[in-house]
Design a protein around this ligand. Structure first.
Ligand code: ZN
Ligand code: ZN
Length: 321
């Protein structure tokens, strides 16, 4: 299975400012001083091999949207943040060029705006013949999606959409077969609740999508259900919005977790890979990279029987699970 990240930012979409781009270019020019490059390909190779990620790239600023691609069956999409706009266009291209079925199954962590704001810009919803199934632990998912397309907020009403749209409310503790994937969910600690999803493909590979959940470092014994849900996962995409210092001081009870708690949970669950996710919108690329490096160091210091590889999700990342 492939996990593609279309949006990785928390709370609010952001974009790199002119100043940030200029600083990256200036730093790259200094790093390259004295060298010559035969063509752009050689320059790109230098950027990849000799500059760190934050210096040569950006983590991006679209809000939560993650695709689980098992190569057959419907498109499987976690959340409808602003990253969904691009996924919509790319998936239509795959329908036209690769003959993919025109069916999309969404799994909503919850209904906060940053997780549904992309749906009014999801082009397949406007195309007759598209089939869309929206799975959620929340019985009020339809109300939330309709409300954001009321005239006071958006010019195109929900009823104008031409796709066949169905809402399904899922229950934690049960397993659901969606195409070639088995899905289960868990209720999490967040305002108005949120749900994490566990996806298992036919080969037994497991990817977890768990965002907007506050796990507290001082009550880890109360997190046994989460550890069981993450058990032996090949990839855990986890809300790591804040540093530990922030999450235990001024941002306690804001409904999000730290990179440290995410590592502890993954270690206890014997998970193999963790993707840091739902990045704080005020963090620069350098801030996110710093948190990534700190997380890798913390993982090495606390490692038990199973090593945990720590990735840092960015818009455009594709991970093979
Ligand atoms: Zn969020
Ligand atoms: Zn939220």
């Amino acid at each position: 299975m492939l996990v593609r990240f279309w949006g990785t930012r928390g709370s609010l979409p952001v974009a790199a400012k002119a100043n940030a781009v200029r600083n990256k270019i200036a730093a790259a020019l200094v790093a390259a001083s004295g060298r010559t490059f035969a063509d752009e390909g050689a320059a790109r190779e230098f950027l990849e091999s000799e500059l760190d990620f934050a210096a040569a790239h950006t983590y991006g600023g679209a809000t939560s949207c993650v695709e689980v691609d098992v190569g057959q069956g419907p498109f499987i999409v976690c959340d409808m943040g602003s990253g969904l706009r691009e996924l919509g266009l790319d998936s239509l291209r795959r329908c036209t060029q690769e003959g993919h079925a025109r069916e999309w199954h969404f799994f909503l962590s919850h209904l906060h705006w940053d997780h549904i704001m992309g749906f009014p810009f999801f082009v397949p919803a406007f195309v007759p013949g598209s089939k869309i199934v929206i799975h959620s632990g929340h019985a009020d998912a339809e109300e939330a999606l309709r409300r954001q397309q009321e005239e006071i907020s958006f010019p195109v009403p929900f009823d104008y959409l031409r796709a066949e749209i169905e809402f399904r409310t899922l229950e934690p503790g049960r397993e659901y077969e969606i195409g070639a994937v088995t899905v289960s969910l868990i209720e999490q600690h967040h305002s108005h609740s949120s749900y994490g999803f566990r996806f298992r493909d036919a080969a037994g590979k497991v990817a977890i999508y768990s965002t907007d959940s506050e796990h507290k470092i001082d009550r880890m014994e109360g997190e046994a259900d989460v550890v069981a849900f993450f058990a032996d996962a090949d990839l855990v995409v986890c809300d790591t919005m804040y540093s530990l210092a922030d999450s235990v001081s001024m941002k306690e009870d804001w409904g999000h977790s730290s990179n440290i708690v995410a590592v502890d949970l993954c270690h206890e669950a014997r998970a193999r890979r963790l993707a840091l996710f739902h990045h704080e919108p005020t963090y620069s690329d350098a801030d996110i990279a710093r948190m990534h490096h700190e997380t890798i160091r913390y993982e090495e210091l606390t490692r038990g029987a199973v090593a945990l590889e720590v990735l840092c999700a960015y818009d455009g990342l594709c991970v093979e699970v």
